[in-house]
Design a protein around this ligand. Structure first.
Ligand code: SF4
Ligand code: SF4
Length: 381
């Protein structure tokens, strides 16, 4: 029998070859709300579920549709719905279907606690490209110590069960912090048992997009020490192998920084953008510094894409500290430094971040040890 449908991974599409070296809008993220039914200690975006101020400025369904039309016109194929918790919006099913009707591949990030049978049936009938569920603990006590909402662990299990019963594949991501690090292994086991294909963990906690000082202090208090972050990464065999390959040139002292003074060297704004819940358009989700944000409600995606972002992305910095440190740093790839993170951490997009320096050095030391251990292993037959 002839197979009429062939599936392949996105990364294998010939499209990437076609657009290599070009700046082309391929995907976009839609933060359809900043509100969430949970209140995670490490959260960089959430506002309370009933926050009327946040709700008032949220993108309407019509605006989301209009933005998606503009994106499709520029060539976009794929969009990711994020939040806050996207399912908190009662019009989520309509928003989802609108995007699907435009022919877009649609991904969804969710905490799974609000997934009802109707959502599972919707995804079964109109499959998403993928769903990523975030997991905060492997037991109710730890999960809810992170989310600060009683009953949320069971609610997330129910949501996951509904996806499984409806045969909807999903991925699991875990944020690892002081409150749940003792369960990191158990979280990994649970995540891997749920998903045949995909589990990942992230020990890097971002600071708040709104730079709220009290919430930022909470996030800082949840961060693991740099050595523990590196040790967690090395303890994960897949991650260790991937990192040894990815950072081979850094480990061999062969990596040469560009040292051009350019702020943005990471490729942001080359294939994607993010529209925040309040209509602010960003070249990457974390790039919230007011100098780099475009008010889409007062303009258009085409104007942002063709005029505003190119001007942002070619900026250079003369700040001495930047020129003498990050700009010439051989560890920049091991570090998580980027102008967006620098602005969140320090208020300035061209400032080094001491904690990130610690992480980069801890990762380098851990990778060197891991490579040394591998070299000492007897050769396999
Ligand atoms: S579930 Fe996600 S959006 Fe909600 S509070 Fe937790 S981290 Fe933030
Ligand atoms: S923060 Fe530190 S490790 Fe990171 S790029 Fe700057 S100097 Fe290098």
């Amino acid at each position: 029998m002839t197979a009429y449908v062939r599936t392949t991974s996105l990364s294998r599409l010939p499209l990437w070859k076609k657009i290599e070296g070009q700046r082309k809008l391929v995907d976009f993220s839609l933060e359809i709300t900043a509100r969430c039914n949970l209140n995670c200690r490490h959260c960089y975006v959430n506002r309370p579920a009933g926050d009327s101020e946040a709700r008032q400025v949220e993108l309407s369904r019509e605006e989301i549709g209009r933005f998606a039309d503009e994106a499709v016109k520029l060539g976009a194929l794929w969009c990711t719905i994020t939040g806050g918790e996207p399912l908190l919006r009662p019009d989520f099913p309509e928003i989802y279907l609108d995007l699907k009707r435009k022919g877009l591949l649609v991904s969804l990030y969710t905490n799974a606690t609000l997934i009802r049978n109707e959502h599972a049936q919707l995804f079964r009938r109109y499959p998403p490209r993928d769903i990523e569920v975030t997991l905060y603990g492997a037991s109710p006590a730890v999960y809810e110590a992170v989310t600060r909402v009683p009953g949320s662990f069971d609610a997330s299990l129910r949501g996951v069960e509904r996806l499984k019963l409806a045969g909807i594949p999903f991925r699991v991501k875990a944020m690892i912090m002081r409150t749940n690090v003792a369960e990191a292994e158990a979280i990994g086991r649970l995540g891997r048992a749920w998903t045949r294909d995909y589990f990942r963990f992230d020990p890097f906690l971002h600071l708040r997009y709104d730079r709220d000082p009290a919430r930022n202090a909470e996030i800082r208090a949840q961060r693991l020490p740099a050595e523990d972050i590196a040790a967690l990464e090395m303890a994960d065999i897949e991650r260790r192998r991937a990192m040894l390959g990815k950072f081979e040139r850094v480990l061999n002292n062969e990596f040469e920084p560009q040292a051009s003074g350019r702020l943005f060297c990471c490729g942001i704004g080359e294939i994607g953008v993010e529209l925040a819940y309040n209509g602010h358009l960003r070249a990457c989700p974390s790039l919230c510094h007011p100098d780099f944000v475009y008010d889409w409600r007062r303009g258009s995606l085409a104007d942002a894409w063709n005029r505003f972002f190119p001007a942002v992305l070619c900026q250079v910095s003369d700040r001495k500290e930047f020129r003498e440190r990050c700009c010439v740093c051989r560890l920049v790839n091991l570090c998580l430094w980027c102008p967006a993170q620098a602005a969140l951490e320090t208020g300035e997009p061209d400032s080094p971040i001491d904690f990130f320096c610690e992480i980069a050095h801890a990762r380098l030391a851990a990778l060197r040890r891991a490579r040394g251990e591998m070299e000492r292993l007897p050769p396999t037959e």
